[in-house]
Design a protein around this ligand. Structure first.
Ligand code: NAD
Ligand code: UD1
Length: 339
């Protein structure tokens, strides 16, 4: 299939390009490089020994979208492009709604203009909010606790209405849990622009000496060791879920959400310990207050994805830590050697 990948130069998008090409799909990227660098696509080209068409532009720009749609004529779109920092979303709500909701609307309109009816959307487990029960299944109530989460839920609702109203349309809503890890080549991985918000990239930067210590946010949660529990998923497994979702979407019209996690959860201390054994050194930690907006525990019931997409996660905690360390130690400054 010909697959347009918005945000394809980003962390999850770049790993997904490799999995798509490995399965014989043709890819084209639209990215504005607001949180990525073109060097990512150079590395993807080398790793895949394949062709990656790319356009620099904003997913909210209808003229740019028309140009890409008319030249590439995609059979399907995978929509990663968006903003993802929870704290920033509270400070800049209009920007987040504009990019995450407005971007999705602009993309669907452009797809309608060329009759493209298949889309895979990057949603998040954050749409569930405070757990009523765990593990979350897809029927769990949605009550996002941040502007970011609201913007993802709004986009899901728009995609669901579009799929209902559009003959033959399919929208697969992938609710990611916590993506971590890197490609086994160590050539692509997560490269946060500023101080990492998320746990794994922060630990990795402590390990290479870029940060003095990890602040452990809260040790008094109702969890076995008092620190937060999350369902971490290897980014290569997550990338493969998109390939499975494409196959599913071509056979199944309508909109459907899927949890994409492992079904297991680990604490902050588990992650630190796994990283210490991967990198062979101690990770300095400081006990800190709980982070505002955090919940104690999250865990996926990923059985729908197994039953209907035929997808399940294959990488375990050791792979997640080892691949993160391999990427970070080979690229201590990420994609930018000057950083
Ligand atoms: P990322 O920031 O690495 O990738 C997003 C890409 O989109 C970047 O390359 C960025 O330059 C591009 N982009 C941003 N705004 C754009 C715009 N207006 N037009 C065109 N391109 C634009 O993030 P990621 O971690 O790869 O996440 C990809 C998607 O998955 C996002 O939609 C994110 O909200 C969602 N998601 C991520 C996580 C996570 O923990 N990483 C969890 C759940 C959901
Ligand atoms: C965060 C976002 C969530 C988003 C997800 C993936 C918040 C409140 N939530 O979730 O919406 O979908 O990232 O992008 O920002 N931790 C530390 N020290 C750190 C960083 C994290 O102790 O420096 C702890 C956290 O308290 C949490 C766990 O590590 O218990 C995981 O944190 P993180 O990687 O930020 O993911 P989430 O909190 O699940």
């Amino acid at each position: 299939m010909r697959v347009l990948v918005t945000g394809g130069a980003g962390y999850i998008g770049s790993h997904t390009l490799l999995e798509l090409m490995a399965q014989g799909h043709e890819v084209c990227v639209l990215d504005d490089y607001s949180n990525a660098t073109p060097e990512v696509l150079n590395r993807v080209r080398v790793l895949s020994n394949g062709t990656v068409a790319d356009y620099t532009g904003d997913v909210r720009d209808p003229e740019m979208l028309d140009q890409v749609m008319q030249i590439f004529r995609p059979d399907a779109v995978i929509h990663f492009a968006g903003l993802k920092a929870v704290g920033e979303s509270e400070a800049k709500p209009l920007l987040y709604y504009d990019v995450n909701v407005g971007g999705t609307l602009a993309l669907l309109r452009a797809m309608d203009r060329v009759g493209c009816r298949t889309i895979i959307f990057s949603s998040s487990a954050t749409v569930y909010g405070e757990p009523v029960y765990l593990p979350y299944d897809e029927a769990h109530p949605t009550a996002p606790m941040s502007v970011y989460g609201q913007s993802k839920l709004m986009a899901e609702n728009i995609l669901t209405s579009w799929a209902k109203a559009t003959q033959g349309a399919a929208a697969v809503l992938l609710r990611y849990f916590n993506p971590v890890g890197a490609h086994h080549s160590s050539k692509i991985g997560e490269d946060p622009k500023d101080i990492p918000n998320n746990l794994m990239p922060y630990i990795a930067q402590v390990a290479v000496g870029k940060r003095p210590a990890l602040s452990v946010f809260g040790d008094d949660y109702d969890t076995p060791d008092g620190t937060g529990l999350r369902d971490y998923i290897h980014v290569v497994d997550l990338a493969r879920a998109h390939v499975a979702a494409l196959d599913y979407a071509t056979k199944t019209p309508g909109a459907r959400p899927f949890n994409i996690g492992t079904g297991q959860s680990y604490s902050v201390r588990d992650m630190v310990a796994a990283f210490e054994s991967a990198c062979g050194q101690k990770i300095a930690t400081i006990q800190a207050e709980r982070r505002a907006g955090d919940i104690a525990a999250m865990q996926a019931d990923a059985s729908r994805a197994a039953a209907e997409l035929g997808w399940r996660a294959e990488h375990g905690l050791n792979d997640m830590a080892a691949s993160t360390w391999a990427w970070q130690s080979a690229n201590p400054n990420g994609y930018d050697p000057q950083k």
